[in-house]
Structures are given as C-alpha cells and as structure tokens.
Design a binder for this molecule. Structure first.
Ligand code: KIV
Ligand code: ZN
Length: 392
C-alpha cells in the first residue's frame, strides 16, 4: 500500500457554527477558537462570511492576518460584491480560500433566488471565474446539492471546474440525505463530470435527521477528500457534522475507509470542545460521543467488572487519545462488587471478602437512595458500618 491519502478537515465553527442560534462570538472569542483550531491542526478554517456585516469582515481579516500554517476561508454568495468583500478580508492570509456558493435545487432556484437553471449555470461560471482572478484557491458549493437534479448538478460542477474551482463541495444543506444516497451521489459525479479527478471533492452535512456523521463518512468512502465540520456539531438548526466524531471514526475504523489519514491532533479534541462550549455558552450533552462527560464513564457492574479485567471489553478508543484523563468508573445502583472494591482500594481501604460483602450490602442500600455515591459516602460506609448518612 502506498502513502495514505489525507482527508482534509475544513472547520466551519466560526461561520456555519456561529449561525447556530445563540452562538455569536466576540472577536476575542473567535481568535481564541481560531488559535485552538490551529493547535488541533485542522487544514482550513472558515473564519466567517465577510459580506454579512462589517464586524464579520473585520474578524475574518484579523484571523487571516494572524494565522500561519493553516488555510483561511471566507464565504461569499455568487455575486461580485460578496467576492470582493471576501478577498478584502482574506488578502493577507498565508493560504486564502474564497468559498463561493449558489443554490442548485429547483426549490431554492424557483422560490428563493427566482432564477432559471440556465441563469444559475451562467452565474456559477462567471462568479467562479471572477473569484479566481483574486485567489488561486476557490471552493464552489452547490447549496442544497442533495435535493438538486443529479444531471443538472453534474452540469453545474463541470462549469465550476472549467471556470477554475479547485474544490467542489456537495452540501446536504437541509440534512435530508441518507448515507447510501450521499455515497452514490459522489460516485455519480465522479463517473460523469469531466475533470473532476483534478479537484478536491468535499462533503458538508447537516444533522436534521441525525445523519451528518454517517453521511460524511459515506462521502469519504466514495472519494471525498475534504470534510466540512464544526466543533461539537454546532451549526444551523440541528447542527453540522461534528469533527470529533468523524476524526475518531477514521482513527478507530481505518480499515473501512481504504488508505486514508488525517492531520488532526486528536488529543486536542476535548480542549477544543470545552473552549467552544464555554465561549458560546452552549453545553455539550453528557452522552455526546467522544467529548461528552459520560463518553468514557461506566456505571453498570458487568461493564465495570469487564473494564477492570481488560479495558477493551467496553472501550473502543482510549480517553487519553482525545484529551481526557482516565476512564471513570461511576458508582451507582447499577455497579457491582468489583467496582466498589477497586474504588475502595484507590481510597486506601483493602477489605477482606466478608468486609467487602457487608460494605457492598450497605452501598446498595445507599445507592438506591442517592443518584451518585461519592468518595466520602464510600468512606462513611466503610468506617461507620452504616448505610444511610444523616443527610442524603
Ligand atoms: O449548508 C450549506 O449549504 C452551506 C453552504 C454555504 C456551504 O453552509
Ligand atoms: Zn451548512
């Protein structure tokens, strides 16, 4: 097998992520997030939508001037004013990327843009050509691609490539597609569009049906070599594809994706998640994959017993690999004697079999009454011989 092909991570937390209700960030917060994305080692940071507001233009400009060793993208609708604003913001970036988009589905063309298919095709040609006059890297996104007529989408993609687009993005804008369909769409385009082998194909998914990660992985299987993601899956409505899920799926199940690799520093995933949660004040759900507080916590007795014998029984990746400390064995009413014994030993109490049996009996009574049995509760159980502290 030759060298692995790199799947590039295009992080859009500062653009699509910020479109999440309530997720607005100040310039200082955006810079903090951008610096952390550099530590995470993403390939491209979409810093904002410069034409959206003077504040957005200023923050994209500041980030573009500041960051080195990473590409910085700015979004633009397919019109000259937006493209000029994007270039004004990006011109001092080390690796600028102008990201031009136009909707291609009948629903968007007829109802939102009031444009014919032919007009949209001409607009794509003209605006990608225009963006290329400023910038050597131009990404074109066919908004609502997954609800677009497939043959029309082929014509649009071909026109964008001929006009000089270097990356073609196929967004599932409304989170509508299913993994097998999205995979097939990438194969369809790759088989039919002349010149497609010379550009990077990109996946951009939304999570309206909870499919964003599965769809993104399906696209990688079908040849996408860029994925557009956000931290914690932040984004419009139900959010975008969560970077932590895609990265860890590729690392945990490499055999399913052929010979691909990422440049992501996985140990930075947790710190990045926690930073984004802090600056947006949007909490991460405890059972969130990879970065949720319970992602590496085990409570059930059978699981704790398995983990104490060999962690491979119930863990498919190590907590350390994504930035957590050790696995947590939570003591609650589902826990067993082995888990209790292990925790008591950590707390300095080595009980013989009889003592453990009786401590476990008291522990179960307490655990039935309390959600979480704390370390001080355990010490109390052992030292007092009681099962119910004065205040529960
Ligand atoms: O979801 C979408 O279609 C987008 C585009 C602007 C890429 O965010
Ligand atoms: Zn989007």
């Amino acid at each position: 097998m030759g060298d692995p092909e790199v799947v590039k991570f295009f992080d859009t937390t500062l653009r699509d992520g910020e479109q999440s209700p309530g997720a607005t960030m100040t310039l200082a917060e955006k810079i903090q997030v951008a610096d952390q994305l550099v530590r995470l080692n993403v390939d491209i940071i979409e810093a904002g939508f410069p034409a959206a507001s003077p504040g957005d233009l200023a923050s994209v400009k500041e980030i573009a001037q500041r960051l080195r060793g990473v590409a910085v993208a700015g979004l633009a609708r397919a019109n000259p004013t937006d493209i000029e604003a994007a270039w004004e913001a990006l011109r001092e970036a080390e690796q600028p990327v102008i990201h031009v988009f136009l909707a291609t589905s009948d629903i968007h063309l007829r109802h939102k843009l009031k444009m014919s298919n032919e007009e949209a095709l001409q607009q794509v040609k003209a605006m990608v050509t225009y963006a290329r006059q400023f910038c050597p890297i131009v990404e074109f996104s066919a908004e609502d691609a997954t609800r677009s007529d497939r043959d029309y989408l082929c014509r649009i993609v071909e026109a964008a490539i001929k006009a000089g687009a270097t990356t073609i993005n196929i967004p599932d804008t409304v989170g509508y597609t299913l993994p097998h369909e999205y995979e097939a769409l990438f194969y369809y385009l790759r088989e039919r569009v002349p010149g497609i082998e010379n550009v990077t194909l990109s996946a951009h998914c939304h999570d309206d049906l909870g499919m964003a990660t599965a769809n993104t992985l399906a696209a990688i299987k079908a040849g996408a070599r860029q994925v557009e993601v956000t931290i914690n899956g932040l984004g419009e409505r139900a959010g975008n594809t969560a970077i932590e899920e895609v990265v860890m799926a590729l690392h945990t199940r490499p055999e399913s994706f052929g010979n691909v690799d990422t440049r992501i520093h996985t140990q930075e995933l947790l710190a990045t998640s926690q930073l984004v949660s802090r600056v947006t004040s949007i909490p991460v759900q405890p059972n969130k994959a990879v970065v949720g507080a319970n992602a590496f916590a085990h409570e059930a007795g059978i699981h704790q017993d398995g983990m104490l014998k060999n962690r491979l029984t119930y863990e498919i990746m190590t907590p350390q690999s994504v930035g957590w400390g050790d696995t947590r064995l939570i003591l609650g009413k589902h826990s067993g004697r082995h888990g209790l014994d292990a925790r008591l030993r950590e707390l300095g109490h080595k009980l013989d079999a009889e003592q453990l049996k009786s401590a476990y009996r008291r522990f179960v009574v307490m655990a039935d009454q309390k959600k979480n049995v704390s370390d001080s509760d355990l010490i109390y159980i052992v030292e007092s011989g009681m099962d119910t502290p004065a205040a529960i």
